[in-house]
Design a protein around this ligand. Structure first.
Ligand code: SIN
Length: 276
């Protein structure tokens, strides 16, 4: 295979061409793809007319896949894949007012072991709307005033499933909730492969900063959330069927958008578990 990585014209992301999942992917080719994710934080592969097994096999190269807490949306063939779908004709899929994930978040930051990466595959794409936004949390950290960088270094934040996702959140049932108590993570995390520091808080799941008063915590988090979602940090992905978009959840946050009312939209989601 001749893998070509072309940076996107924006604050993060690369387009990768030359990937054929019907052929074995050699270690050297995989290393190029993995480096693209580390360097560019997200990558897009277009025109992948691949089946579930081939896609899952590719995603597993990045690490073990973890089943999402909402097991009611697992793919019938494997809990390693979740179906994110809305179909106004059949009523199938999510029934939330806003699309699933329509709030800024990093997948599984509410888990004791936050995920390394998410791969989304476009199965059924509406004629308009339904873009996914991605923000660069390395740039978010780098562009903070030094005083704020110093203030958050060494601080931890509390994360909770669905905390600020409003009507885009499917509530956990009692069993799911019991399995997901609040967790604490450092607010600044160096990426294990690149060593780059990333801001690790997100509007959807981050509740509070440990050791600060309620007011101080709220004000600082709001300041960080506003900064991390400024337009110059964001890549907006307009989907085509057969595209795979991978995001490094240690260095990005993402947000689904609406705007496709009356049309069906289906993505498959693969989550690579956390290694650090
Ligand atoms: C997600 O948050 O994982 C879903 C993103 C999307 O549907 O665009």
């Amino acid at each position: 295979m001749s893998i070509i990585v072309t940076p996107l014209d924006g604050p993060l992301g690369a387009q990768i061409s030359g990937v054929d999942l019907s052929q074995p992917l050699g270690d050297d080719d995989f290393a190029i793809i993995q480096k693209a994710l580390t360097d560019h934080l997200i990558f897009v592969i277009s025109g992948l007319d691949a089946d579930l097994d081939a896609l899952a096999g590719f995603c597993r190269r990045f690490g073990p896949l973890v089943p999402h807490v909402l097991e009611q949306y697992h793919h019938p063939e494997t809990s390693d894949v979740s179906i994110i779908s809305t179909n106004p004709e059949t009523g199938a899929g999510r029934s939330t007012d806003m699309p699933a994930g329509a709030f800024w978040h990093s997948d599984l930051s509410y888990d004791a072991n936050p995920s390394d990466a998410t791969m989304l595959y476009g199965v059924e794409i509406p004629p308009e709307g339904g873009d996914t936004l991605f923000s660069n949390m390395v740039l978010a950290y780098d562009s903070l005033p030094h005083s704020t960088q110093n203030r958050i270094e060494g601080l931890n934040a509390v994360h909770r499933y669905g905390y600020r996702g409003g009507s885009a959140v499917v509530d956990l049932n009692d069993t799911q909730g019991t399995r997901h108590p609040d967790v604490i993570h450092p607010m600044v995390r160096p990426h294990p492969l690149s060593g780059k520091k990333a801001l690790f808080v997100n509007p959807g799941f981050t509740v509070a900063i440990e050791g600060l008063s309620e007011e101080e915590s709220r004000d600082l988090l709001n300041e960080l959330f506003e900064h991390a979602t400024e337009p110059d940090l964001i890549y907006r992905h307009a989907w085509k069927p057969g595209q795979l978009v991978a995001s490094d959840n240690r260095t990005t946050i993402h947000c689904a958008t609406a705007g496709y009312e009356g049309h069906a939209r289906t993505l498959w989601r693969f989550i690579v578990g956390g290694t650090g």
